[in-house]
Ligand binder design. Structure first.
Ligand SMILES: C[S@@+](CC[C@H](N)C(=O)[O-])C[C@H]1O[C@@H](n2cnc3c(N)ncnc32)[C@H](O)[C@@H]1O
Length: 236
């Protein structure tokens, strides 16, 4: 029986299809035993048998970055040695802890800043917040970014919230990014290219004098697909 009359439907865009549960749960193998008998080795299924994106985690915190993307960021951190990483979109917070830990392992003195309009889903324990700053704010409002003006460089600015992206990019170019700093748009470029190809090309071309696409990282992972931009000239 249909019973949709009592339902209040949530906007699934809020979750982007991955956000129903910010808590990490270890994978559960379904449709087959985890302990596969070796006398049936040749008959074992070759597919994963559990949801793959939901299993990406760092020390028990979900992070919405797949292994290829993690590898690309590893290489970028090692090359750039950023003093600041800003990530728009915190969600469970695993990526912030991962960035902080990775920088620390590399001996980089790096402050990680996470901004999200809803920090209630952030799972980072209080004991794990050194070198991580969290701000609850809406990316739709450019005032949100004013406190970043004092950030140390080199700097990586990651848009993983996907709200107001090109106005934020303009703000970052005008007020924040120094030569060699990065502005990265995760996940969205292929979708925007599919549904708004003219506007996307027009918006990106508007930045031609101040940003370039870094071809070392732009094709290195599907989540970073053509979305890795580097400040090409000195801020005036
Ligand atoms: C894809 S998740 C971030 C995942 C995280 N960066 C990671 O790699 O694990 C997107 C987040 O953006 C946040 N968000 C969406 N719209 C926003 C807005 N207008 N301002 C601030 N945060 C927003 C959502 O609350 C959500 O937590």
């Amino acid at each position: 029986m249909n019973d949709y009359s009592h339902e209040k439907f949530l906007d699934l865009n809020v979750f982007r299809g991955v956000g129903e549960d910010p808590v990490y749960h270890p994978p559960v193998v379904t449709g087959r035993p985890r302990e596969w008998p070796l006398d049936q080795w040749a008959d074992a299924p070759r597919d994963l048998g559990f949801s793959d994106f939901a299993r990406y985690q760092w020390r028990g915190l979900r992070m919405l970055k797949d292994p290829e993307t993690q590898a690309s960021y590893h290489d970028l951190l090692w090359e750039l040695r950023p003093r600041t990483i800003v990530e728009l979109g915190v969600y469970g917070g695993g990526s912030l802890v991962w960035f902080r830990d990775l920088a620390k392992i590399m001996g980089i003195d790096c402050q990680v800043i996470g901004i999200d309009k809803d920090l209630s889903r952030c799972q980072i324990p209080a004991s794990e917040r050194s070198n991580i700053s969290l701000y609850e704010a809406d990316c739709a409002e450019l005032e949100t970014f004013e406190p970043l003006r004092d950030a140390a460089h080199p700097l990586i600015f990651i848009d993983d919230a996907h709200a107001n992206t090109f106005n934020i990019m303009k703000w970052a170019v005008d007020h924040l990014l120094e030569q060699g700093d990065y502005f990265i748009i995760e996940d969205m470029i292929p979708y925007w290219h599919r549904y708004s190809p003219k506007l996307l090309a027009e918006y990106l071309a508007a930045f031609r004098d101040v940003l370039t696409m870094d071809m070392v990282y732009a094709n290195a992972s599907s989540q970073l697909d053509r979305g890795v931009f580097r400040r090409s000239v000195v801020k005036e």
